[in-house]
Design a protein around this ligand. Structure first.
Ligand code: AP5
Ligand code: MG
Length: 238
């Protein structure tokens, strides 16, 4: 009898404080495994830039380093997971969530929609490291790739390696807002670590970006949570 091949997890969550490296790890996992990356921060920034009603409501909360109200976020994700890229060949909802859930009511909403995670990866980093990371971050407004002026500099200063767009400094990456975001993380998002204890893997997010990625990939493989693209197509065809 042939051994049973581990199936890729359908629903993964990246949990971590502001600057813990969620976006950096997510981009790399998308490149490696073709997952559907849903970053609520990126979705909100796009809504702000487009001047949509959601963007207008969210902007003041984001600039102040506060969380956007749960009802807006739950509605945003409920709509987004209906898109075709979040459906597996078997018709299951699949995603790599980055920045959601961030409160217990948001986690409750996932459960209520039968969208609870198969696996949660918690990137654990000390606050003292995070402030430096966020102050030096530069982001591509076109493709979302994250850089850092010291830790992950672009090949050409101020220009995205991936798509050549001029990099920007996020408006909430100012020291005051960063402190408030960290405080909101500990108070409102921290309890999710306990909530997801049964399906949580904790990664030391203070290592180099390559070290973090290697540890995340090996943890996901160990738990049968990912399949390489070729395995994935085999899975889809089965
Ligand atoms: P969001 O965009 O999600 O921001 P965040 O959670 O504060 O996280 P960041 O994007 O700042 O950090 P990251 O973990 O992605 O780190 P990154 O990989 O970029 O949300 C923004 C706002 O939107 C929130 O404040 C809130 O207002 C609102 N919002 C979003 N979702 C919400 C929700 N569900 N509910 C309510 N409100 C919501 O890395 C950071 C920097 O460090 C980069 O420069 C990177 O190059 C560098 N770096 C990464 N990894 C390493 C490493 N290992 N070593 C050294 N440097 C590294
Ligand atoms: Mg991010």
């Amino acid at each position: 009898m042939s051994p049973v091949k581990p199936q890729p997890a359908n629903r993964l969550i990246l949990l971590g404080a502001p600057g813990a490296g969620k976006g950096t790890v997510a981009k790399a996992l998308v490149d490696l495994f073709g997952l559907s990356h849903l970053s609520t921060g990126d979705m909100l920034r796009a809504a702000v830039a487009a001047g949509t009603p959601l963007g207008k409501q969210a902007k003041s909360f984001m600039d102040a380093g506060a969380l956007v109200p749960d009802e807006l976020m739950v509605g945003l994700i409920a709509d987004r997971v209906q898109q075709p890229d979040c459906k597996s060949a078997a018709g299951l909802v699949r995603f790599l969530l980055d920045g959601f859930p961030r409160t217990l009511p948001q986690a409750d909403a996932l459960d209520a929609g039968k969208l609870g995670p198969d696996l949660v990866v918690y990137l654990n980093v000390d606050d003292s490291v995070l402030v430096d990371r966020l102050c030096g971050r530069r982001t591509c407004p076109n493709c979302g790739s994250p850089f850092h002026i010291h830790f992950a500099p672009p090949k050409v200063s101020g220009i995205c390696d991936r798509c050549g767009t001029a990099l920007v400094h996020r408006s909430d990456d100012q020291e005051d807002a960063i402190r408030k975001r960290l405080e909101a993380f500990h108070r409102q998002t921290g309890p999710l670590v306990g909530r997801y204890a049964a399906c949580l893997v904790t990664i030391d997010g203070a290592q180099s970006p390559a070290g973090v990625l290697a540890e995340v990939v090996s943890a996901l493989r160990l738990r049968g949570a990912i399949a390489d693209r070729t395995d994935d197509s085999a899975h889809a065809a089965s």
